[in-house]
Design a protein around this ligand. Structure first.
Ligand SMILES: N[C@@H](CCC(=O)N[C@@H](CS)C(=O)NCC(=O)O)C(=O)O
Length: 231
């Protein structure tokens, strides 16, 4: 089987998710930095959504798949990585629910709260143009930051409910997706609750370099953007 080819952007937590998973799952892969390439004719011909992470495989109906969670689900299915994506329909339903909740609810708040500081355009799917003045934009950012507390508590109380990870004793693909997402909150010095700090430490301790290596790219970018605003 040939190596999985991942097209990725280093400062992105959507991409970090898949980069961590490929390493943690000990899969054979190569990474191509898609910086400046996602709107090229070649990329758009394969992926009209121009989104990374994207993997290529001749076995896929369209040759590629994008969306971080779909990529992890596909690769876990393909390579039998049941430690990360449990096979029982009930356990799997919890992991899927957590991932949809991240993408549909938590991540949009994270993006609205952090993207202005990260120098990113608005989250994919949102209409970016706005006539709002800086004060109104600042108020929207504050509201998004305040809104984070509720979904975070849902992960703690509902999905984890006393276990170290959403996946139970070990991290699942939903845990990788959650931990990577929370990395961006450092750019606004968001006061993570103690359980979330413990969760972040636990996943990094468990996955080791598989986590730390891609995280270093995100953390480096976050540190750079923070240093820009302090000057
Ligand atoms: N929900 C998607 C989000 C993907 C996404 O927003 N990708 C951004 C980077 S964070 C991207 O590739 N943007 C490049 C572009 O739109 O040209 C996922 O989880 O994979």
């Amino acid at each position: 089987m040939s190596a999985i080819k991942l097209h990725m952007l280093k400062p992105s937590v959507n991409n970090m998710t898949v980069r961590v998973f490929l390493r943690a799952g000990k899969l054979d892969f190569t990474e191509d930095d898609a910086w400046g390439k996602t709107r090229s004719d070649d990329f758009l011909a394969r992926n009209p959504a121009h989104l990374t992470p994207m993997i290529e495989s001749a076995e896929l109906p369209k040759g590629v798949v994008w969306e971080s969670c779909a990529i992890m689900q596909y690769l876990a299915n393909k390579h039998g990585l049941e430690d990360f994506y449990p096979k029982s329909p009930e356990a799997r339903a919890m992991v899927d629910s957590a991932m949809f909740y991240i993408i549909g609810t938590l991540y949009p708040y994270v993006a609205r709260a952090t993207y202005p500081m990260l120098g990113f355009p608005q989250y994919a799917g949102e209409v970016g143009a706005s006539d709002a003045d800086p004060a109104t934009k600042g108020a929207a950012q504050k509201a998004a930051t305040a809104a984070l507390a509720e979904p975070l508590e849902v992960f703690h109380k509902f999905y984890m409910s006393g276990k170290p990870f959403i996946g139970g004793a070990g991290p699942s693909i939903a845990d990788i997706r959650l931990a990577a997402t929370l990395e961006f909150l450092a750019v606004i010095d968001y006061p993570l609750p103690a359980w979330a700090k413990a969760f972040m430490s636990a996943i990094e301790a468990r996955l080791g370099a598989a986590y730390s290596e891609p995280a270093a790219d995100v953390r480096g970018y976050v540190a750079h953007m923070k240093s820009q605003t302090k000057n």
